[in-house]
Each structure stands twice: as C-alpha cells, then as structure tokens.
Design a protein around this ligand. Structure first.
Ligand code: FES
Length: 227
C-alpha cells in the first residue's frame, strides 16, 4: 500500500477508487461498544461492523446468507453475530454456527456471511475486503473525533477547505484546531468523512471542531450544488 502522509509529501491524490486490498476508514472505534453491531460502508457496498463481548472487532458483508436481512440490524451474543430475522448465528470467521429452526443440524461451512479484514489506529476502524499488505496509516498526535456524511464530492470538500487532498486525506484547521479529514467516497455524490483532531482537546474545543465541520458540510454541499 502506498504510504500515506497527510501533512504533505507532494503526492497529490485524486480519490481514485481504492482496491479491495486497501484500508478504508469506516467508523469511529468509540462508537462501537462491546456487544454491539453498526452499519458502515466500503466502496463495494454496505458492511456490518461488530465488537464481540470480549472487545474484539469484526466485520462482515451486511447481508444475511439466508434471506438477505441486514446483519447490522442483528445482535451480538458473546463472540457471535446473530441475524434478527430467523436468528442464524455466525462466528468470528463468518461461518454459520447455528440455525435455530433446525437445532440438530450442523450448518455447512459454505454458509458464510463473508468476513472482512479490520484494524484500528488513532481510534479509527478500518476495513478491507482483502488483506492489505501493510497496516493502516497511523497519524501521530491525532485521535478520531467524529464522522459524518457529506452529500458532495471530494473535490468540493477540498475547495471548501481551501486545501489539497493528499493520499485520501485533507489536513486543515477546524474551529481553530488542527484536523485531518479522512475521506471515503460512498458514491458519485456522497463522501464519508472521519475527522481526526488532537487528543487533548477540552469539551469546548471539541464542540468548536464539530461546529466547524457542520459548517464545512454546508459549504461543500453548496459548492457542489452550484456546480
Ligand atoms: S434472513 Fe437472516 S436468518 Fe433468515
């Protein structure tokens, strides 16, 4: 994987589509408590990200292999993820372990909800469909603050910050604080943004960053709307 340097190495990145074997930021780690599952997205489609009772992180395609219910609507029990529709239970390897309607049946290994690769750095959850060659980028001195979706394009977001996209990220100032915006396009007009800020900010500073981010969203959406 190409090394990522958000503070400028002269490599200008144009948000080219990532391969299946590249890390994509999908969630803030703190938003996924032990024993919970949340929906997220890779460029290839929706995923379910879940943290087991012991705190380990997993991700799967967000589609139950039985009748297609979203697994992100399901529930975590111990080290398994269960579908909310008919209760099929999946292990950490994605394999179905139990079919409640047929308790005496051992499910074949072919019933699998598609485990993905996950990692955490800087309080960011990263996912990849195929195993990347390197761990995800680490941003020294930053910690994940929050995420949001902007209905716009990476170019419009860069224009709204008056900054340049470098390796999929923008380094800027929000609310008077240093910030790095990790970007993951979700479609032609939608970008998932995960904001990194300095970890020692007090509440007022965190709120200032968050307010500035909302203002950025409005600005970027206005830029794109006017295009
Ligand atoms: S749709 Fe998931 S168990 Fe039936």
């Amino acid at each position: 994987m190409t090394p990522v340097n958000p503070v400028g190495d002269g490599t200008y990145w144009t948000m080219a589509a990532k391969t299946d074997a590249q890390w994509v930021p999908v969630a803030v780690s703190a938003d996924i408590l032990a024993g919970t599952v949340v929906p997220a997205r890779l460029p290839t489609g929706p995923i379910a990200v879940w943290r087991s009772a012991t705190g380990n992180l997993y991700a799967n395609g967000d589609r139950c292999p039985h009748r297609g219910m979203r697994l992100s609507h399901g529930f975590v029990r111990g080290e398994t993820l269960s579908c909310i529709y008919h209760g099929w239970r999946f292990g950490t390897d994605g394999a179905c372990q139990k079919i409640p309607a047929h308790p005496s049946v051992t499910p074949p290994k072919t019933i699998n909800c598609g485990p993905l690769h996950v990692a955490e750095t800087n309080g960011v959850v990263w996912a990849a469909a195929k195993e990347p060659a390197e761990p995800p980028q680490f941003y020294p001195g930053y910690e994940a603050l929050r995420s949001l979706v902007i209905v716009s394009t990476p170019a419009a977001i860069a224009a709204a910050t008056n900054a340049t996209i470098i390796d999929g990220a923008i380094q800027t100032t929000l609310g008077g604080q240093d910030a790095v915006l990790l970007m993951s396009p979700q479609g032609p007009q939608e970008v998932f943004i995960l904001v990194l800020a300095r970890p020692n900010l007090n509440l007022a500073d965190r709120l200032a960053v968050s307010s500035a981010l909302e203002a950025l969203r409005r600005s970027a959406e206005a830029v794109e709307g006017a295009a």
